[in-house]
Design a protein around this ligand. Structure first.
Ligand code: BDP
Length: 330
């Protein structure tokens, strides 16, 4: 049969239409979740429970799966992929979020929270809602907040008791200029680097140190390379359970409710597991011979952050009231 160009066009459109109708339901309900941590890590356990419960409760309308160990990309990449809806959900630390959602940089100011409890109060209240709104504007729906404890400095050279001990050390930081300013204010040399590259760099001496909480210091095996862990506790950064806005908006009101409830349950679970997990990780690193030291004069570190705050407020005058609101909420 001789086909005219009109019939050809018709067949092409019909074929595309069939493909679209066939492909859409499958794509719409398969949710891929990004996670940087390994199996067994508190965040991983909570995210996996979230995925399982969402899958069960939506009776196949969503099939959610978590991909661990950052296999779907490093964190800055994964943030972009979730913003564009290529990934559907994720647990993100607010550190690497700063370059994309400037408001969240407030959470990366050293010593902004006086304790983990203070951070929880702020994030679970009205101020936390402001951050959720800022994230939503960038296509990330933050449904609940996870804990990530206190981050402290560790290195291969010496215990850190005073800022002078940081002098000259090459310290890895997450991808955010604020952390470069923070380490430089202490006299160290900051190197922004993807999490997955730090272990090798510590081993080979490209880096002298990094900073993180106990669970990550342990699960990343950085403790095998860095013998000194010093409790500077300079950063208390919340993390979100975030959904891609496109995935969220594609849900019925009923399914949004299920996803929201499960995200809140996941954060309660994560916070509980975090407390146990931090203690277990502390034991592992101590048993492995890591020298952990308290930092008696934390104020000495805090004072050096003056210019970091001043520079930040100068560059973001509109965020000054948010900084003050958090500091005064304690
Ligand atoms: C961990 C955070 C993770 C970060 C990592 C890092 O949970 O999101 O990617 O630190 O230092 O504590 O990059």
């Amino acid at each position: 049969m001789k086909t005219t160009s009109t019939t050809k066009t018709f067949y092409a459109i019909a074929a595309t239409a069939t493909l679209v109708t066939m492909a859409l339901p499958a794509q719409a309900d398969t949710w891929r979740g990004w996670n940087i941590h390994p199996p067994g890590y508190p965040n991983t356990v909570a995210l996996e429970a979230f995925a399982k419960n969402v899958t069960e409760r939506t009776e196949g309308r969503i099939t959610a799966q978590v991909y661990n160990n950052g296999v779907l990309g490093d964190q800055p990449d994964a943030i972009e992929q979730t913003r564009s809806g290529v990934l559907n959900f994720a647990n993100f630390n607010m550190g690497p979020m700063g370059p994309i959602v400037p408001e969240t940089n407030v959470l990366s100011l050293p010593f902004i929270f006086s304790s983990v409890e203070h951070m929880h109060e702020v994030m679970d209240g009205e101020i936390g809602q402001q951050f959720a709104e800022a994230l939503a504007e960038k296509n990330l729906v933050a449904l609940s907040w996870f804990d990530s404890g206190e981050r402290s400095l560790y290195n291969t050279k010496r215990p850190i008791h005073t800022p002078e001990d940081v002098q000259g050390l090459k310290i890895r930081v997450m991808n955010n200029d604020l952390y470069v300013d923070m380490i430089e204010a202490l006299g160290g040399n900051a190197t922004p680097m993807a999490y997955g590259e730090v272990y090798q760099s510590l081993k080979t001496g490209v880096l002298d140190g990094a900073e993180n909480n106990y669970p990550s210091f342990q699960s990343s095996n950085h403790y095998e390379a860095a013998e000194y862990y010093s409790l500077t506790e300079h950063l208390i950064i919340p993390e979100c359970l975030c959904i891609a806005r496109a995935s969220w908006e594609a849900l019925s009101a009923e399914d949004q409710e299920i996803v929201r409830e499960e995200a809140i349950k996941a954060s309660a679970m994560q916070r509980e597991l975090w407390v146990e997990g931090s203690e277990a990780s502390r034991q592992v690193v101590l048993d492995a011979g890591v020298q952990v030291n308290e930092v008696e004069d934390k104020a000495a570190f805090q004072q050096l952050m003056g210019p970091v705050y001043a520079g930040f407020i100068e560059a973001n005058p509109d965020l000054e009231s948010l900084v003050n609101a958090i500091r005064n909420s304690n």
